[in-house]
Design a protein around this ligand. Structure first.
Ligand code: SF4
Length: 259
């Protein structure tokens, strides 16, 4: 499998687990599931078992082979904190991330309750190393609780992936959040994302100096422009491991603001 990612906000993917089970409406058109299930039963294919959860220990040492520092999305084909992933295996993954610390690791989950429990056991009250970023997916206001759990984790960079955006997130608090990614659903039968929902998120981020990344509308030719520009902001870290907001962006450069 290729390690170079087409996902706009990362450089490489690192799939130490593949396969998952659906937990919420944001999973309905899961790209990873559609991709993996296509190969179910094909003898010798990497996804012969479709989207069944599988640990991939042969991938654990992959980051050590990457000499140049990069952003690494951990598990684009699964959810690291799925209940089928044993704590001992999570230990192996975190051991690797800690020892190969030239990369930034981006972990995104829809299972923050397991994430919180595991990290408390591993780190106690100590902060999680600054090169390990933690995020949750939030498709609508109904999943604001995931962000509340993320806030309880002592990590220098917390991020939200609002993709696929299925409704407004005006009741989701951005307190303690350093980066917000928004994207519409892709593929056949995608569910619509309203411009007003996106503008509202962008404006809140700009007002609070939170990095904002607009990934795409729907991958049907509608592109990455929001108003008259693209938004590709990311947080950066200063040497003391504190996440800083992006500079040089203001509401003046946005059009069609909803607020
Ligand atoms: S949690 Fe993520 S990987 Fe798992 S089914 Fe849902 S969208 Fe797919």
């Amino acid at each position: 499998m290729s390690n170079v990612s087409s996902i706009e906000w990362t450089d490489s993917t690192w799939n130490v687990v593949t396969g998952c089970t659906q937990v919420s409406p944001g999973c309905d058109h899961c790209y990873a599931m559609t991709f993996a299930e296509r190969w179910r039963g094909v003898k010798g294919n990497y996804f012969e078992s479709g989207f069944d959860l599988m640990l991939r220990p042969n991938m654990l040492d992959r980051p050590a082979l990457w000499k140049a520092p990069r952003r690494v999305f951990v598990n684009s084909m699964s959810d690291l904190f799925h209940k089928g992933v044993p704590d001992a295996y999570l230990d192996s993954v975190f051991d690797r991330m800690e020892s190969v610390d030239r990369h930034v690791y981006q972990i995104l989950t829809k299972r923050p309750e397991r994430m919180r429990r595991y990290l408390k056991k591993r780190y106690g009250a100590e902060p999680i190393p600054a090169h390990i970023w933690l995020g949750v997916s939030v498709e609508s206001n109904a999943f604001a609780w995931r962000v509340d759990m993320l806030r309880e984790v002592n990590v220098p960079v917390r991020f939200l992936s609002i993709e696929p955006m299925l409704g407004p997130v005006n009741r989701v608090s951005f307190r303690g959040i350093h980066w917000v990614i928004v994207g519409g659903e892709s593929g056949h039968g995608y569910r619509p994302m309203r411009e007003a929902w996106v503008n509202s998120v962008r404006d809140r981020c700009v007002r609070r100096n939170i990095a904002f990344f607009f990934k795409q509308w729907h991958k049907n030719g509608t592109g990455r422009l929001l108003g008259d520009r693209t938004w590709d902001q990311m947080p950066f870290l200063v040497p003391d491991g504190v996440a800083k907001p992006p500079r040089n962006d203001s509401l003046k450069s946005t059009k069609g603001s909803s607020s």
